[in-house]
Design a protein around this ligand. Structure first.
Ligand code: DON
Length: 594
């Protein structure tokens, strides 16, 4: 397809897809035209222009309010693509699949073809969890990332050996196969065209590249920093190889990725970089439908992600402990409330880090997380004198990694989907000739029980590397229902271990503290886990007097400033008969609805 020149509202546009940012109805028209006929009708649709009413949009931190449907994503273009899919008659799953493919183009730090993700969907009154987490290749071994002295190396972080067998394309294909209403090609078309025709790099796209440039493999440098420097803001970024890969997936489904040319290119990249994924590993990959975790919190049904995520069970246990406290009376962000929430988080993470792993390889003691009795017993420990550990591990990596988006459609269906390459740009290796990055998800396994991983987690034997096993995740796509069983809150976050505590905080802010969604999302975040024994506080949102009061109770407190270092959430709330969408206030995303 050739770039198309056309005029929109009297202004010449140099190609089609930049228009996604300018005119909400564009993608709808494109897709209607292109899905059956290809470029000729797409061109006609462009030339005809489009007249759909603009979307209700709100920048990060503000609420978009809409009657029918809403998409909230860290990538504005992806949110608009999703909303356009809904307008076209797609359901929440169509929109989610389109958003996920678009993120692989417009938000390469986390959006992906070469990574994995977890989806929670409420469709026609039923809830489904889809696990498309990466798996360890068949040639993986328990100690593959340790050196001769048994010390961890950075090979689980950067380079081809860090890559788990990708799950995203198989997962998105499966979600669409089961629930999609639009043609498969239609949900990929916007991503394909954004890759083919390009889009202008914005500040966050460029910042992400700059932060990661030193790690990039030659193949990734060739894509994102072709002359040794990253793209500048305002430059047009195109990725023809990625467009070709997306076209193969559009034509052949998941086989366009796991077999044939794309699979051959992945394996060639492995062989060049010392990775171990084989054609057989790719062919074997299967996403898995799982039974969601369900628990009740102050009368609300909460549906969330089961293992392979640790998120749902850790959230459930934390909430179970907190239900015994009157948080509202303590006050949002008071020292009392932060103290009990942090203590509950610490207890829950202790179990997370030792008991949870791939449910197909270890027995998960689900009851120990969901039983009200366990929560009651643990609750009695809150209030004890604290003993602070002396050794503090290094900080988890900072920056934009992983991305969550939330979708609701006009039929009351909802999708919460978190997808990741693990850290920003994953292994930093791209597949030459195929235009996409590969994950470094192998680092989410327990590489060593002695040290923390990149996410700042010290994990146990249960999560050790075994061929074909999935690595434990913290991704926590979550849907809270209202009393009629309809979605009330759809949320999730990025941020490694901080995902779980960010989702908890958004939920508590809405349910306990009864905040409107923008306030619930803007409220300063804090985080605690079992190790290190410390509460991270987001300052200056949390008052210095509160930090001092927590120290007086024996907590080690770390004051953190700036937008990074806590989870980033993307949420939708039903309120007053309308959808309110709010993208993470510390980020650059949007909410878009109609
Ligand atoms: O699945 C997980 O838990 C991690 N791979 C998520 C990584 C992440 O959220 C990084 N974000 N800051």
């Amino acid at each position: 397809m050739k770039p198309i020149t056309f005029t929109l509202n009297g202004a010449p546009q140099d190609n089609g897809l930049e228009d996604v940012a300018l005119h909400s109805g564009f993608v709808s028209r494109c897709v209607v035209a292109a899905r059956s006929q290809g470029a000729a009708l797409l061109c006609a649709a462009l030339l005809a222009g489009c007249r759909a009413a603009p979307l209700a949009e709100a920048p990060a931190g503000q609420a978009a309010v809409a009657d029918s449907a809403m998409v909230v994503s860290a990538s504005p273009r992806a949110a608009r693509v999703g909303a356009s899919m809904l307008r076209l008659g797609g359901n929440a799953v169509d929109a989610a699949v389109a958003v996920a493919f678009t993120l692989a183009v417009t938000y390469p730090t986390a959006g992906n073809l070469g990574g994995g993700g977890l989806m929670l969907a409420r469709i026609n009154g039923e809830t489904m969890a889809l696990d498309f987490r990466e798996v360890a290749p068949q040639a993986a071994t328990r100690d593959m990332y340790l050196d001769a002295r048994g010390e961890p190396t950075d090979r689980s972080v950067t380079g081809a050996l860090a890559v788990g067998v990708p799950g995203s394309v198989a997962g998105l294909y499966e979600a669409h196969r089961k629930y999609g209403a639009l043609p498969w090609r239609a949900v990929i078309q916007p991503a394909m065209e954004l890759a083919e025709y390009g889009f202008r790099a914005d500040a966050s796209f460029v910042e992400d590249l700059e932060d990661n440039l030193p790690r990039f493999s030659p193949s990734t440098k060739a894509l994102y920093a072709p002359n040794g420097v990253p793209f500048d803001t305002g430059m047009k970024f195109r990725n023809a190889d990625l467009a070709k890969t997306l076209r193969l997936i559009a034509e052949r489904g998941a086989a366009g990725f796991y077999e044939g040319e794309t699979a051959d290119l992945i394996v060639a990249e492995m062989q060049r970089g010392g990775g171990i994924i084989t054609l057989e590993d790719l062919k074997r990959y299967q996403p898995k439908w799982r039974k969601p975790v369900e628990f009740t919190y102050r009368g609300h049904r909460v549906l969330t992600m089961p293992p392979i995520s640790s998120g749902g069970l850790t959230l459930a246990l934390t909430a179970g402990m907190l239900e015994g406290f009157d948080l509202r009376a303590m006050g949002a962000n008071s020292a009392d409330a932060i103290h009990v929430i942090a203590e509950a988080e610490r207890e829950a993470f202790l179990r997370r880090n030792t008991l949870l792993a791939d449910p197909d390889f270890v027995t998960i003691p689900t009851e120990r997380f969901l039983s009200p009795d366990t929560a009651r017993v643990l609750r009695t420990r809150i209030g004890r004198t604290k003993h602070t550990l002396s050794a503090l591990p290094p900080d988890p990596v900072r920056g934009r990694h992983t991305t969550h988006f939330s979708v609701v459609d006009g039929q009351g269906n909802a999708v919460a989907l978190t997808t990741t390459l693990n850290t920003g740009f994953g292994s930093a290796v791209s597949v030459s000739g195929a235009g996409f990055l590969l994950n470094n998800e192998m680092d989410d396994f327990t590489v060593s029980t002695e040290v923390v991983n990149q996410m700042g987690l010290r994990q146990g034997e249960a999560n050790a590397i075994v061929p074909g096993k999935r690595m434990l995740s913290s991704m926590t796509p979550t849907i809270v229902l209202d009393s009629s069983g309809a979605p009330l809150l759809v949320t999730g976050a990025s941020g490694g271990a901080r995902i779980i505590t960010a989702v908890l905080q958004v939920m508590l802010n809405v349910i306990d503290f009864q905040m409107p969604l923008p306030e619930a999302m803007r409220a300063p975040r804090f985080h605690a886990q079992d190790f290190p024994d410390r509460i991270d506080l987001s300052m200056p949102g949390i008052a210095e007097s509160t930090a001092v009061a927590l120290e007086a109770r024996g907590h080690t407190v770390r004051r953190k400033e700036g937008p990074l270092g806590f989870g980033w959430a993307q949420s939708i709330l039903r309120s007053g008969g309308k959808w309110h969408g709010v993208s993470e206030p510390r980020g650059h995303g949007i909410a878009a609805g109609f």
